[in-house]
Ligand binder design. Structure first.
Ligand SMILES: Cc1cc2nc3c(=O)[nH]c(=O)nc-3n(C[C@H](O)[C@H](O)[C@H](O)COP(=O)(O)OP(=O)(O)OC[C@H]3O[C@@H](n4cnc5c(N)ncnc54)[C@H](O)[C@@H]3O)c2cc1C
Length: 539
């Protein structure tokens, strides 16, 4: 029986709800294998949380995601992204942490510089650091091959799962004592992990920030060591652990993906919000847009998170009740805000005074002097209050990429924690948003006194704004928290980690699936692979 309904204006093999970077990766691979594919994105631009937007003339801001390292190099090669304009700008040094006493720490890809810098605080740590990085690299070498595969389910008796589990067990055995380190990484807090390696507060606090990014937890919260590890798994131009800016802003990555997908024949429609995923007899047969148009397709893929996909776009009676109950229990908690600031001049740091671009402006600037400071910021958020002394992770991409701002002007992105989604005493209105942004700039001014007077304009995105703008439930930047109970074969839900859903012909391809959040493209790649497997085609 044909599922093409009367009233359908268009028909494709595959329709994709959402043109986030993962949706575009899926689109490109499926189109490359010969399927007709249509991407339907609700916003005026594709890219989801990985976009560049001109928020004032000449200022091209990476509104949400701001640095890349996680995006899989295999996908860059397969989809020929450099041919479509992708250029990664390495950052050296990669981070700068100024401290209240005027001292500072640079870290980066240069081993000798790292040892010299860390040696300012502890000779022992300077000696230990290469060993710590080598340990992370060994574990990353074990984990990385699992990123571009559906995670095997340990409860399954399927030969494919059993084989994959056996391969993993062998790889784990080969890790030797690092295997214990991996288990610790999955379960410990970032603080505990770093305490085992280092003594200097300055080094530990700089490294610990990766453990709390996008996470509603503090450096002492179990599981934050894994978030830390998740953020060191990537690479730039073949060098592991190096984070890069994308020339032209993060949107250039999704622009390259969109052009690649189009080169294989995919159709991409913007301003096309999907109102409903159409299901009959337990099978998806297309989507209905908000304007009433029906796009029919053999396969529907959702790049939206499970909350949006299953609770907003599908009629409740189409899904098993236990599945719906589990979907409602997914954790989308978030305490992250993004404040994009347009600047007349660069922050002039007391630690390294200079009004022109210096090493201190090129990497990520960490404003968070001690682990106690971080933990205190979290304790307030845990009780529902915005941190009075938030943790700031600052980037100034215009210091490395002059194409994104007018001459002599700059863009400063502040990724800030913690700003709870629903503050206990009040809500995020214009006044509380502005007060929070004022406080962040005041804290930065203790290190760079010229900052407040150099602000031209600012864009403040609190968790509810992130939810509204990017359709990320709860404002969770990863489409669902990255706790152990929501990782691997448990992501997005136990038993449903293979990109398939209880509805035949409906798949998920977003960061809500393995291997999770960040601009990785892996979820989109893996979803395409599973769809092609079901269709008995090859990538
Ligand atoms: C503030 C912020 C900062 C971040 N910083 C970084 C960073 O520096 N580096 C990094 O690697 N990661 C970062 N991340 C995380 C990363 O951006 C996300 O994990 C990633 O972009 C998710 O990609 P995705 O394609 O899976 O989903 P999304 O980007 O969420 O895309 C989903 C798409 O679906 C669309 N959609 C939803 N519902 C519908 C509908 N009904 N109809 C049509 N379209 C729909 C949405 O509009 C969106 O375009 C950040 C995220 C945020 C929010």
């Amino acid at each position: 029986m044909s599922l093409l309904k009367a009233g359908s204006s268009r028909h494709y093999d595959v329709s994709i709800v959402g043109g986030g970077h993962n949706g575009l990766v899926t689109a490109a691979y499926l189109a490359k294998s010969g399927l007709s594919v249509c991407v339907l994105e609700r916003r005026h631009i594709v890219g989801g949380a990985c976009v560049t937007e001109e928020i004032a003339p000449g200022f091209r801001v990476s509104t949400a995601a701001y640095v890349n390292s996680l995006f899989r190099p295999e996908i860059i090669r397969d989809l020929r992204l450099p041919e479509f304009g992708l250029e990664l700008l390495e950052r050296n040094p990669s981070s700068f942490t100024p401290f209240p006493d005027g001292r500072y720490l640079f870290l980066g890809p240069d081993v000798v510089m790292n040892q010299k810098e860390i040696g300012k605080f502890s000779n022992r740590d300077a000696k230990q650091f290469p060993e710590y990085e080598a340990m992370l690299n060994r574990i990353a070498r074990f984990v990385e091959p699992t990123l571009l595969r559906a995670p095997p389910d340990p409860l399954s008796r399927n030969p494919r799962d059993l084989l994959a589990l056996a391969r993993m067990a062998k790889g784990f055995r080969n890790l030797g004592r690092d295997g214990y380190g991996l288990i610790e990484m999955l379960t410990m807090s970032a603080w505990e992990l770093l305490d085992r390696w280092f003594e200097s507060e300055e080094l530990k606090v700089t490294l610990a920030t990766d453990g709390i990014i996008g996470t509603l937890g503090g450096p002492l919260t179990p599981g934050t060591a894994y978030v830390l590890f998740h953020h060191v798994m990537g690479e730039t131009n073949g060098v592991r652990g190096v984070w890069a800016y994308v020339k032209g802003g993060m949107g250039s990555l999704t622009y390259a993906l969109a052009r690649s997908a189009q080169s294989f024949g995919a159709t991409i429609n913007r301003n096309s919000p999907v109102a409903e995923i159409l299901v009959q007899n337990g099978r998806a047969y297309g989507v209905r847009l908000e304007d009433g148009e029906v796009v029919s397709s053999r396969i529907v893929v959702s790049n939206a998170d499970p909350n949006v996909t299953f609770l907003k776009l599908i009629k409740e009676n189409e899904l098993p009740s236990d599945f719906l109950r589990a979907v409602k229990q997914i954790d989308y908690s978030s305490g992250s805000a993004k404040i994009n600031v347009l600047l007349n001049e660069l922050p002039n740091f007391k630690a390294i005074p200079s009004d022109s671009v210096g090493a201190q402006h090129k990497g990520t600037i960490h404003i968070s002097p001690t682990l106690d400071y971080m933990e205190r910021a979290w304790e307030e958020a845990e009780h529902g209050h915005p941190s009075s002394n938030p943790i700031l992770e600052i980037t100034i991409p215009s210091a490395v990429d002059p194409t994104i701002a007018p001459p002599s002007k700059h863009i400063m992105g502040m990724f800030v924690q913690y700003a709870p989604y629903s503050p206990r005493n009040g809500r995020w209105d214009d006044s509380s948003r502005n007060a929070f942004a004022d406080r962040c700039l005041e804290i930065l001014s203790q290190f760079a006194p010229n900052i407040q007077k150099s602000v031209i304009q600012r864009q403040i995105l609190m968790p509810p704004d992130i939810e509204r703008e990017f359709a990320l439930s709860g404002g969770n930047i990863f489409q669902g928290a990255m706790h152990l109970n929501q990782l691997l074969f448990m992501r997005p839900l136990p038993g449903w980690a293979k990109y398939r859903t209880p509805i035949r012909g409906l798949y998920l391809c977003g960061a809500c699936t393995h291997p999770g959040g960040g601009v990785m493209g892996a979820s989109g790649h893996n979803a395409a692979k599973e769809i092609l497997r079901d269709l008995r085609k090859r990538i």
